[in-house]
Design a protein around this ligand. Sequence first.
Ligand code: A3P
Length: 870
Amino acid sequence: MSTVMKLHRRFRRTILALATFCTASILVSAYYLYAGYQQEKDLAEVAPEVDCRDVQPPPPSQLRDVRTRRLPDAARTDPTVLVFVESQYSSLGQDIVTILESSRFQYHTEITPGKADLPALTEKAKGKYSLVIYENILKYINMDSWNRSLLDKYCLEYGVGVIGFSRTGEKAQLTGFPLSIHGSLALKGCCINPHSPLLRVTKASKLEKDSLPGTDWTVFLINHSTYQPVVLARVRTPMNASPPVAKGASYATVVHDLGLRDGIQRVLFGNNLNFWLHKLIFLDAVSFLSGKRLTLSLDRYVLVDIDDIFVGKEGTRMNTNDVQALLETQNLLRAQITNFTFNLGYSGKFYHTGTEEEDKGDDLLLRSVDEFWWFPHMWSHMQPHLFHNESSLVEQMVLNKKFALEHGIPTDGAYAVAPHHSGVYPVHRQLYGAWGKVWGIRTTSTEEYPHLKPARHRKGFIHRNIMVLPRQTCGLFTHTIFYKEYPGGPQELDKSIQGGELFFTVVLNPISIFMTHLSNYGNDRLGSYTFVHLANFVQSWTHLQLQTLPPVQLAHKYFELFPEQRDPLWQNPCDDKRHRDIWSKEKTCDRLPKFLVIGPPKTGTTALHLFLAMHPSILSNSPSPKTFEEVQFFNRNNYHRGIDWYMDFFPAPSNVTTDFLFEKSANYFHSEEAPRRAASLVPKAKIITILIDPSDRAYSWYQHQRSHEDPAARSFSFYQVVSAGPRAPPELRALQKRCLVPGWYTSHLERWLLYFPPFQLLIIDGQQLRTDPAPVMDDIQKFLGVPHHYNYSEALTFDSHKGFWCQRLEEGKTKCVGGGRGRRHPPMDPQSRAFLSGYYRDHNVELSRLLHRLGQPLPAWLRQELQKVR
Ligand code: A3P
């Protein structure tokens, strides 16, 4: 073959090969194109491109049916949420709990893995939960049939709904539900179905065009009319699944199961709560599915304090243009926040301390005095805790008041704020005193009660007639004055306003007091920017009604909403660094007891007090003029006098002593409040209680009342007191209650054990203390860990005249318990003894169980009583 022929053949083969390849490629391409088209077509059939405006509302008959069935049922459940979380630390689980906590809803968490059974769902025919939430909906769907039917039955019977989160990465059919899910998607352009009956706080008025955060979205494909989409979003990036999800198609990220199949309503969320709109819908779902039992009102009160209108570095303060802008912002905000008025704080000493322009700004502020609300700080912006004498504080306040009067600033607002929160909490009583005297202050606010963080735990309280409100953080500080220099970049501020922290502060708190600063309204005017944008965002996305009230009215509103917060719960100021920094140097945290003798009365507490005080390392409080050796702080109203008052009863510690301060108040034992209050102030304190036969205790108490001329005790016999029936005269019933209730030992001890660990509790046998006190005192020394062992065998002696053990003094003298203790009275009559033995039988059985659980021996009297039971 010639070379030309060879070349020709090779060329033909190449052309053929090329042609075959190209045809194949074209065919393959065409096939893929076709297949893609077919898949898109399939998908379009499954999930046609819908917009929220196209979603059809469910027939009203179905909706009404669902709603009316729920309400009466919901009243039969406690307003508590049952939350199944994946683990204690799972982030979605924590997000769920955070929102419930911030909304002040009660909840109970259960960890799903490893949990075979459901917790008890009912108690005495009442449902324990109004709503069930599953962090992972698969745990609900794949539950064994026994538990599942129990839960379904409960939900049906009590009208309880279920919220679940679906986070499966792959496409999956949710077994038993005509619903499938697609995972790992990126989404954009979401909208809210305006017909969704869930919507309450959320407004469905707007289309969010931006991409949704993250690329791990899960969406729902709806195959049944029981499901209503609540939020729809379009697919941004199709994924590699079969069948693939078409770019641009709309899917639901939240669906509402109307309960048309099985009568149970559910709301399912694709993914988690990272997307702010999901958080908002979640709140609405909680409200709707709990039959409105867990609902926040739509009223939101917002007060913006400008926390010292004259204190600011030269060059960062407001000039006249800024003040003008402040007035304009106020007008603008009034369109969205009814009655909006900036609340200006002042320290008169700093008036006119800026540049010439800024001083003119000060003047314009004062010319516009009637446009704003005003409140005083300290004259020189000093921290009140630095003033130990109330009179020096008064002096400072008087100077500021003089300034106010000279400049026509109203002085009757009855609201004040302390520089750096100092003196408000922890309470500096001198500040409360001076505020009352100079200004007639009725309300204040702080971020520090009980702690700055977490913000959602902040609360209010009332002390010395001053209503202390929690103050919220808006992200603006004295140094945040330029938009571009906002910490983390300006997008951080915008994020906080647009569905972030600041937005949810307003959504979740019915009342928010924000602190801003003078410098936030000069410079880039970030204060104005923030609140105008915040109000816009709230208006666009929610049905919340924003308004402002003057501080005192706001405080009344607050405590109407949260009456349980009126009573404060004092803590040790030195347990929190921030609190320590605003705690007077003249005060110490060491004037607090290391242990408490809690009673109950008539068990030998006075003798124990005497014996303890003999110990060289143990010191008691000084006596109270009203209640003698007992301070009675934790159980009653003395608590409201504050910890300064309490600490004044204890000696100031010297550097060399390791004294064990203690306090004995026998009524702490059966007080409802004492354990919680004591645990808050002295959480590490050891607790000593003495138990004797509760019948003997009741008898001794009755005799004590008689000797103190209690009219009821003098009119009725002991038997009449203990056996009085429901129709007995009220004074007799009251006496009976006081006589018998302290003897319900187990209930009271259990309450103390809710707040103190068992190793901090010592239970003493009162019988043994009475007959042989020295070994009991040895046990107490060991329990307390006192540095020096004291020999009570030598220090105590039996006084045969008194008939009790007493302190041995020199020259054969003794010091015995006084105050009428250890007096002789006739023995208890057999009828009362028999009655009380029966009355306390169950309590005693419970006590034996408790002592067994605590690993403590049973006292002889208890063993005898238990013998009678057998
Ligand atoms: P009576 O007064 O009925 O005899 P309390 O101090 O807690 O109120 O308890 C008083 C009881 O402590 C007295 O009741 C008494 O029985 C008992 N007690 C135990 N040891 C005592 C002691 N060493 N001195 C006096 N009373 C003692």
